[in-house]
Ligand binder design. Structure first.
Ligand code: ZN
Length: 452
C-alpha cells in the first residue's frame, strides 16, 4: 500500500467556487483518504511539524481532467490540414488517408504517444471513440478486436484510464449507402454482428472499461439504433453518439426520416443519463429540450469545432436545460484542456457579445467530474475522500500564470503549465515531463510512420 500525504498550495475542492489554500490531501494506493484544509482550522494533524513528510505541491492542484472525446489517430493530421480552403468534408478525406495506413502495431505506437501527450495536459481519463476496427477493405483481423486491444495497451503504457467506446459504423449516409473505400474498415455489417464482436472482447487491465458508440445517424440505420442502445443498457455501459455537428446531417435526416437526428435518437431509445451526445452544435430548441429532459450529456469539442468550421453550439442554453456538459479534444488539432475549457465561455461571448456565462467552478465540473462520469468513471474527477487519487498540479509562477488569481487559471494557463500529474496514486508527469514516454520524439516517429 502506497500512502502519501500531499500538501497543495491551493486545491480546487468540490462545490467550492474557487480554490482553497493549504490543503492536505492524503492518498492510499489509488484512493483519496483525507482532505484537510489547513488554513480554515484543520485537524489535530494540522501543525506544520507533522507535515515534514508531506510532498509539497506548489501551485494549484486540480482533480484529474477528462478528455471525453478522442479519435487518437487524428493527431497525425495536426498542422497538415490547416492551409487552404475546404470544410469538414474535405478534412475528412485527408483523415481517411491516414486511417488507411494504420495497423495494430502502428496504432499502438501512435496512440501511446497521443495518450501520453494528453497526460502532459492533465488528462487522467480518455474516451476513445473507436471505429477503425478491421483491415483495409473490411476483412477482420485474426483477432477481430486487435485494433481496440492496441488502444487499451496504448493507454496502459501512457498511464491514463481509457473508456473504449466501441463504435458501430455501418453505412455512409442517412439514406443507407454502403461503406466504400477507406470506410470499409469501420463496418461490421450490421448492429448484431457489431455486438457479437464487442461481446467477444474482454480488455485486460483495471485502467479500462468498455462502452458503446453510435457513430452518427449517418452511419447506423434507424432500425438498428436500438440494438446498440440495448447493448449499452444491458452492460450498464456509457453510450456516445456524434450529433448534429453539421447542418448537412440535420438536413439529410429530415429528408429521409422527417425529423431531426436528436428526435430520431429519442424515438429509438438512444437518449438517457448514460448517453453522451458529442458536439450538438446545431440542435433545435426542441432538440435541447429532448436532451435536457432525458438528462443526456453533451460533450463539447470547441477546438475541433473551431478548426473544422462547424459552428458554435448553444452551451449555456444546454446547461440551463439540465444537460451535463463535458469536453473533448476530438480531432486533436489541439490537446490542451485549458483551451477547451475557456472556449466554452469565450465562444459564448463571441456569439452573444456579453461576458460571464459560466462560473469557473462550472467549467471545472465539465472538465473533470462530468467528463469522467460521461465515461463511466463516477468515482473520478473530485478531490474528495473515496475518490480516485488523481491530482493535476498547475504552476502559478509561469510567464502565463504569474500573478493570476487561482480561480482565473482557465483563462491564463495552458497545457505547458501542468507541472505534475498523479493518476490513481502514481506520479505520471513530473516537472512537466512524462515519466516514461519521450512524447515529442514518439509523436514524430509514429506520425512519420503513418503519413509517409
Ligand atoms: Zn468525433
Amino acid at each position: 500500500m502506497t500512502s502519501t500525504r500531499w500538501l497543495a498550495e491551493y486545491a480546487w475542492l468540490p462545490e467550492e467556487a474557487e480554490p482553497t489554500p493549504d490543503v492536505l490531501i492524503e492518498t492510499v494506493h489509488d484512493r483519496i483518504t483525507g482532505v484537510t484544509p489547513l488554513a480554515t482550522g484543520g485537524g489535530p494533524d494540522a501543525g506544520v511539524d507533522v507535515l515534514v513528510d508531506a510532498v509539497r505541491l506548489p501551485g494549484l492542484t486540480l482533480p484529474g481532467l477528462a478528455n471525453a472525446h478522442s479519435h487518437a489517430f487524428h493527431r497525425a493530421l495536426r498542422g497538415r490540414t490547416h492551409s487552404g480552403r475546404g470544410d469538414f468534408w474535405s478534412w475528412r478525406d485527408q483523415m481517411y488517408a491516414v486511417a488507411a495506413n494504420l495497423d495494430p502495431d502502428s496504432y499502438l505506437a501512435l496512440a501511446r504517444a497521443v495518450y501520453a501527450e494528453m497526460a502532459l495536459s492533465g488528462v487522467t481519463g480518455v474516451g476513445e471513440f473507436h471505429y477503425l476496427h478491421h483491415r483495409p477493405g473490411g476483412t477482420p483481423y485474426a483477432e477481430p478486436n486487435a485494433m481496440g486491444a492496441a488502444l487499451v495497451e496504448a493507454a496502459a503504457q501512457a498511464g491514463i484510464r481509457l473508456t473504449l467506446l466501441d463504435t458501430c459504423y455501418l453505412t455512409a449516409s442517412v439514406d443507407g449507402r454502403a461503406l466504400t473505400g477507406p470506410q470499409q474498415r469501420f463496418g461490421d455489417g450490421d448492429a448484431v454482428r457489431w455486438a457479437e464482436r464487442v461481446d467477444a472482447f474482454t480488455p485486460a487491465g483495471g485502467h479500462v472499461r468498455l462502452g458503446a458508440a453510435i457513430h452518427s445517424v449517418r452511419a447506423v440505420p434507424a432500425e438498428q439504433l436500438a440494438t446498440v442502445a440495448g447493448w449499452a443498457q444491458r452492460r450498464d455501459a456509457p453510450l456516445h453518439v456524434h450529433l448534429s455537428e453539421q447542418p448537412a446531417e440535420n438536413d439529410a435526416c429530415r429528408a429521409v426520416h422527417g425529423c431531426t437526428p436528436t428526435r430520431l435518437l429519442a424515438d429509438h431509445g438512444v437518449l438517457g443519463r448514460a448517453t453522451t451526445a458529442v458536439h450538438a452544435t446545431h440542435p433545435t430548441s426542441a432538440d435541447v429540450g429532448l436532451l435536457g429532459d432525458s438528462r443526456t450529456g453533451v460533450c463539447l469539442c470547441p477546438t475541433t469545432e473551431r478548426d473544422l468550421a462547424d459552428g458554435i453550439g448553444p452551451a449555456r442554453r444546454m446547461a440551463d436545460a439540465g444537460i451535463p456538459l463535458s469536453l473533448g479534444s476530438d480531432s486533436h488539432a489541439v490537446i490542451d484542456m485549458f483551451e477547451e475549457v475557456r472556449a466554452v465561455e469565450l465562444d459564448e461571448r463571441l456569439r452573444t457579445r456579453r461576458r460571464g456565462h459560466f462560473a469557473p467552478a462550472e467549467l471545472l465540473t465539465a472538465a473533470s467530474s462530468a467528463g469522467h462520469a460521461a465515461l463511466g468513471w463516477t468515482d473520478a474527477g473530485r478531490i474528495a475522500v473515496g475518490g480516485r487519487a488523481d491530482l493535476v498540479t498547475v504552476r502559478l509562477d509561469s510567464v502565463r500564470t504569474a500573478g493570476v488569481s487561482p480561480a482565473g487559471v482557465w483563462f491564463a494557463a495552458s497545457a505547458a503549465d501542468v507541472a505534475q500529474v498523479v493518476v490513481d496514486g502514481q506520479v505520471l508527469v513530473r516537472d512537466g515531463r512524462h515519466v516514461r514516454v519521450d512524447v515529442p520524439r514518439e509523436l514524430a516517429t509514429a506520425i512519420a510512420e503513418v503519413t509517409s
